[in-house]
Design a binder for this molecule. Sequence first.
Ligand code: NAP
Length: 306
Amino acid sequence: MGSLISADETFDEHEHACSPIAFEQEAFHCDGDRHASIRVPKGAHLVDLGLKNKVVLITGGAKGIGAAIARTIGQEGAIPVIIDRDREASEELHAELQQFHGDSYLVVAELNTAEACFAAVEQTFKKLGRIDALVNNAGVNDRVGLEKGSPDQFVASLQRNLLHYYNMAHYALPHLKRSAGSIVSISSKTAVTGQGGTSGYVASKGAILAMTREWAVELLPYGIRVNAVVPAEVMTPLYQQWLSKFPNPQEKLKATVARIPLGKRMTTSEEIAAMVVFLISCKASHVTGQHLYVDGGYVHLDRALT
Ligand code: NAP
């Protein structure tokens, strides 16, 4: 972990006058696998994101990006609700959150049916009495391709990657209307770049971007904001699994990292989480219908650099 920030490490006020966030606590700023400390501008203070006691549902919240979102939300004083099918990982994270960050809630569920989504939302509401935000995050790059795939497998992939995004939002909506809450959906760079051999996943991720705009329009009258975060390359259990299918995973990883413009490194789960937490916070109060690429410039800067 990064080292603690000491007073004598502070910047001159004018040197970093625009820096919006300062950390007085252990900070994460990753340079590949190496954690380094972030220094604090003199006179700066923590930004209050206004998330204290807000109830935030996170699908796929037990591992990878979802777990980082749950931790970051917990650090902000909100109540993360982990909704995940992996019981062991969910319980482990739930225990950690309760110990270090205060309140959290857990729903162990496979979200592949509308009934399961309804039950997850209602169980949370019964227990916590409100829902302030939904983070649609669960998904799996399941390689159902055009050639190597079938109509039935394609539909099953949509069920794994898309339908529960709609179902969770549909059932959470009455509660979000009451709280004038917000929705953030995790898409993927593959929605705009393609990947090859994974039609179901990419169709889902593209639809998630389209639904983000559509829901942002539909929910304007309720003041509910809807945004999408688009990661590219983030080292998580899912990514490791995907990588392991290549004949030489280390070579593949090296080649991928070399193509990431900013810092030639993977994005960290915490960097995705920081964007999500900003988007659900009051500091993003005029941001809706947006697709935020948190990818070190992977999708948009490559043409400029090659
Ligand atoms: P991860 O490491 O597999 O973590 C996701 C968690 O969600 C796992 O615990 C998984 O359980 C659970 N889950 C998946 N489908 C579920 C379902 N239907 N019901 C309940 N739980 C479910 O994945 P990740 O890499 O953090 O990815 C999170 C999101 O980011 C996904 O939507 C993914 O498409 C997107 N994304 C990731 C990357 C990347 O580089 N990692 C890039 C672009 C987009 P199991 O372990 O049992 O599957």
